[in-house]
Design a protein around this ligand. Structure first.
Ligand SMILES: *[C@@H]1O[C@H](CO)[C@@H](O)[C@H](O)[C@H]1NC(C)=O
Ligand SMILES: *[C@@H]1O[C@H](CO)[C@@H](O)[C@H](O)[C@H]1NC(C)=O
Ligand SMILES: *[C@@H]1O[C@H](CO)[C@@H](O)[C@H](O)[C@H]1NC(C)=O
Ligand SMILES: *[C@@H]1O[C@H](CO)[C@@H](O)[C@H](O)[C@H]1NC(C)=O
Length: 250
């Protein structure tokens, strides 16, 4: 911000044509000059011999003239020529409506970072718009939506932090067994030859295998022999398998 104070109002009595003086120069009545590359000064004379110079406006670095008390948008900047009661005039610069955002995005441009969508708003201000789930579903900022069947809240907190998180306690979700029955978090249940435990977000995790002839759960990567049969529960990568082997010689 640049500021200029001009308080020169001198009265001289002269019989000659009255002129203003500014910085050692003579100015004609109504003549306007630019000083400090930023302010426009006008000479005003009276027939009685008095004269004064007045700041009538500002000039932006690119040469745009702005009257005192007005503002103009030039490119992506707003220039304001402010005049105070005391006669002080300042040229203020701020970002215009169509200014780019700090990351270089254009006004109105939308982009995504990780799971969050943003838009470059007025004045180069980044606006948080929405959260995006892994399945592509979009939840507008401040709202709760469903991603993969779960209630997810998309929020911008007062401290600026943005979160996309479960709207409910992860343990509040029930699991649905293959037979259609509901299981509570932490509950164990048999599904075919596997034993599952109901985990967070209603995800039933395999914790072992089940065989009619074996009372307890057969742990993963464990062999249990009952009679002349070996019950084998294995995990290979993300695959689980249950096999039985006969110990009887053929
Ligand atoms: C000259 O005229 C102006 C405007 O009428 C007035 O404000 C100013 O006081 C006068 N000056 C003198 C020295 O008479
Ligand atoms: C911001 O606020 C949220 C919600 O109140 C809180 O969970 C988070 O830890 C805060 N982050 C920082 C950096 O203060
Ligand atoms: C279980 O038994 C099978 C068949 O005999 C064998 O291949 C496997 O290595 C055994 N696994 C364990 C963990 O002992
Ligand atoms: C798991 O099973 C799938 C489908 O049957 C198969 O394509 C994949 O190779 C298996 N992975 C392992 C590690 O055995």
């Amino acid at each position: 911000m640049r500021t200029l104070v001009l308080l020169s109002s001198v009265a001289i009595l002269s019989t000659l044509a009255v002129k203003c003086k500014y910085d050692g120069k003579d100015l004609e009545n109504n003549e306007v000059i630019t000083v400090q590359n930023a302010f426009r000064i006008k000479c005003l004379t009276e027939d009685n011999g008095s004269w004064k110079t007045e700041i009538i406006g500002c000039v932006t670095p690119d040469g745009t003239e702005i009257n005192a008390g007005e503002k103009k948008e030039v490119g992506d900047k707003v220039h304001e020529c402010v005049k105070s009661e005391s006669g002080q005039v300042s040229l203020k610069e701020s970002k215009g409506r169509t200014a780019a955002c700090p990351g270089g995005q254009k006004h109105g441009e939308q982009w995504q970072e990780k799971s969050f969508k943003f838009r470059c708003g007025d004045g180069g201000v980044v606006k948080f718009e929405a959260c995006v789930g892994q399945d592509g579903s979009v939840i507008p900022a401040g709202e709760t939506g469903k991603i993969g069947g779960f209630d997810v809240k998309c929020e911008q907190h007062a401290n600026g932090t943005i979160t996309m998180q479960a709207a409910n306690d992860p343990k509040s979700y029930d699991c649905t067994a293959k037979d259609g029955s509901s299981k509570k978090n932490g509950e164990e249940y048999v599904e075919g030859n596997f034993v599952r435990k109901c985990g967070d977000y209603g995800q039933g995790k395999i914790i072992g295998c089940h065989a009619e002839n074996v009372g307890n759960t057969i742990g993963i990567n464990q062999n249990v022999t009952s009679g002349d049969i070996v019950y084998s529960c294995t995990k290979d990568g993300s695959n689980y398998s249950f096999k039985t082997y006969s110990l009887k010689a053929n």
